[in-house]
Design a protein around this ligand. Sequence first.
Ligand code: NG1
Ligand code: ZN
Length: 533
Amino acid sequence: GLPVDSIQHLSDEHPKPVDVHFQYGTAGFRTLGTLLDCVLFRVGILAGLRSKKLDGKVIGVMVTASHNPEPDNGVKLVDPRGEMLESSWEAHATALANAADTPSFISALDTFIKNAKIDLSKPARVVYARDTRPSGGALVSALEDGFKAIGVDARNAGVTTTPVLHYLVKAMNTKGTKDEYGEDSEGGYLRKLSGAFKKLVSGKAPLAPLIVDCANGVGAIVGATLAEHLGDTLPIIIENGATTTPGALNNHCGADFVKTQQKLPPSLSSVLKPGQRACSLDGDADRLIYYYLDERSVFHMLDGDKIAALVAAFIVELVKAAGLEGRINVGVVQTAYANGASTKYLSERLPVKCVPTGVKHLHHAAEHYDIGVYFEANGHGTVLFSPETKKQLTSYEPSTPAQSTALGHLNNLMDLINQTVGDALSDMLLVEVVLAHKSYSAVEWDSLYSDKPNRLVKVVVKDRNIFKTEDAERRLVSPPGLQAKIDELVRRYDGGRSFVRPSGTEDVVRVYAEATVKSQADELAFRVAGLVY
Ligand code: NG1
Ligand code: ZN
């Protein structure tokens, strides 16, 4: 049965703050770090239960608030294949986190264990990690109390990136099987990525140094070790690597800053030379945005959509060159936030699907292709190779040297790409490989298509839950009549497109608009926002 005494005793040390409601959203639990102690304790227990439910498979727990300001923190669970927690458990997590006190928490646990038919005699295994946030250490202690309370065989992966933690979960669960994903350590991860990278760029012209803005977060730590593994094959210059400077994390730097401000992090203005490539990671290194300055020092951003276009077109070419056209189908998954010009570019070359916001939707849709490329415009994304495709690529007999070369590249890409989740460092190497193969500069990559001018605004409303969408969040069904008004406005703008949806991570409604001219995109966004308000 449930070790009630041990849970009771430890739970009393991690009381729930009154007047706070927690919600397991698309990014797990996320709020001020000072409020999360009890949540971490309870998540420790929940992770143990999830592992027991899945017969002792390893579950991951990541303590991070990604691109959010430094005082925030958060926690999310990772399922055995390295993927996001199954949706039905999100509600259980929310219910347990909100139990007012120890007795109601224990009774909620009891009910949950019965309803979910969890066999408590099963083993529980968890691997956990945190980013560099100052609140992380204490929150991890609370998490460990949760493990202690229910009895979990827990492995501390220390301070590392979100994608490394996802990798570890998958590597631990496949260890010793024919599907072994890789050595189950950060070193194993770095050797896998850098090994594949070196094979992919061998014989290509040397790559010019790349500036990497690490958002003063954990990407700087893992990125520095990666740089050592890469040596001369890719000279990396780490900027914003101040992981212990109070207040520096994500402050005027990082992928979210660049994407939302559409400008250079001020700290790079004296570093970046015209024509030179640079990229920014976010605070837990699962998002990546590239950019460069043109010869007039004008800033140009290469976001997740540009990465998807670059990578998808390259993979399609390799599949063709390997002689596998028609046998391996490549597809792309985007959300409504994808720039209209990227959707047009990609749709002319391969199947493109639009899904609601949130990594789990993108990931699941990408699994339906033989090779599925997914990226959010904000720079989160990866490429998935189906198990069938993996088999095909490892067993296929090429009939010409050219086919053999292309096949080798596809096999190395499978190792280079972190297929569990978006991974800024892995994606960065992927971009560099394509640039090396195509002999593209940042300018040439940028010219695949021109972004349509766009504007994203947030609107604070009384109740964002009245906003209901359909068609992958591109149309509102509620409040009644509002979509017709938006349609009516959009018609008046050349190349106009706009949609409204409630945020899943903030208490706001987001309004996105595109138009052929920037000032019109801004105007359309603000007029639609006026309808919402
Ligand atoms: P919400 O707050 O639901 O718009 C944001 C991002 C998503 C995704 C999630 C999870 C935008 C417009 N939205 O979601 O793309 O990254 O956070 O972190 O960028
Ligand atoms: Zn992140």
